[in-house]
Design a protein around this ligand. Structure first.
Ligand code: IMP
Ligand code: MG
Length: 180
């Protein structure tokens, strides 16, 4: 598995300081609000687990699982809900927690869907942002851990063909893996 990684972008230590910083900022901004973290599975699972522990104010959590019909490295924007939220969003300040904002199609769909359920507010927190790749103009990251260039990255929850999620760092996948 380690041989498939071209280079490490964000080490475990670096990720910890990025996530701790986001946690501090969110804790300040949401003081006195009714924070609900919505994790988009599966890619955000590790980020969510670390981020929620870096948040020092009360918060609720929930999970949704979507699949965007896609090939293995690009999403189509046609989103299918595999698991919906359990919590009724009314009265909550929703913060969607995502692994990576790429074309933005997946989040654009999810955001519209959740807005229709009357939350107090809705914002987006993504660990990684690939701004060069944005294909929709109604999505931006309110909180973003780090920008990455247009390269396919894996680890810390992010997969290629369901593999590499368990790498503790974020690295660039060798092209030979997905171009073969
Ligand atoms: P979007 O709809 O194009 O923004 O795609 C978002 C989803 O595509 C993310 O939640 C990831 O699951 C996946 N994705 C996009 N870029 C990468 C990447 O570089 N590595 C792993 N997954 C990615
Ligand atoms: Mg994925």
């Amino acid at each position: 598995m380690l041989n498939d990684i071209e280079k490490v972008y964000y080490s475990e230590e670096k990720l910890k300081s990025i996530v701790d910083g986001l946690g501090r900022q969110i804790s300040d901004d949401y003081k006195g609000k009714n924070l609900l973290l919505v994790s988009v599975l599966k890619g955000s699972v590790i980020f969510m687990a670390d981020l929620m522990r870096a948040i020092t104010i009360p918060c609720a959590i929930d999970f949704m699982c979507v699949s965007s019909y896609s090939n293995k490295t690009e999403s189509s924007g046609v989103v299918k809900i595999i698991k919906d939220l359990d919590i009724n969003l009314e009265g909550y300040d929703v913060l969607i927690v995502e692994d990576i904002l790429d074309s933005g199609k997946t989040l654009s769909y999810i955001r519209k869907l959740l807005l229709g359920r009357n939350p107090n507010s809705i914002k987006i927190c993504t660990l990684l942002d690939k701004p060069e790749r944005r294909a929709v103009d109604d999505i931006w990251a309110d909180y973003s851990g780090a920008e990455v260039p247009d390269e396919f990255v894996v680890g810390y929850g992010l997969d290629y063909d369901e593999k590499y999620r368990n790498l503790p760092y974020i690295g660039v996948l060798k092209r030979s893996i997905y171009e073969k």
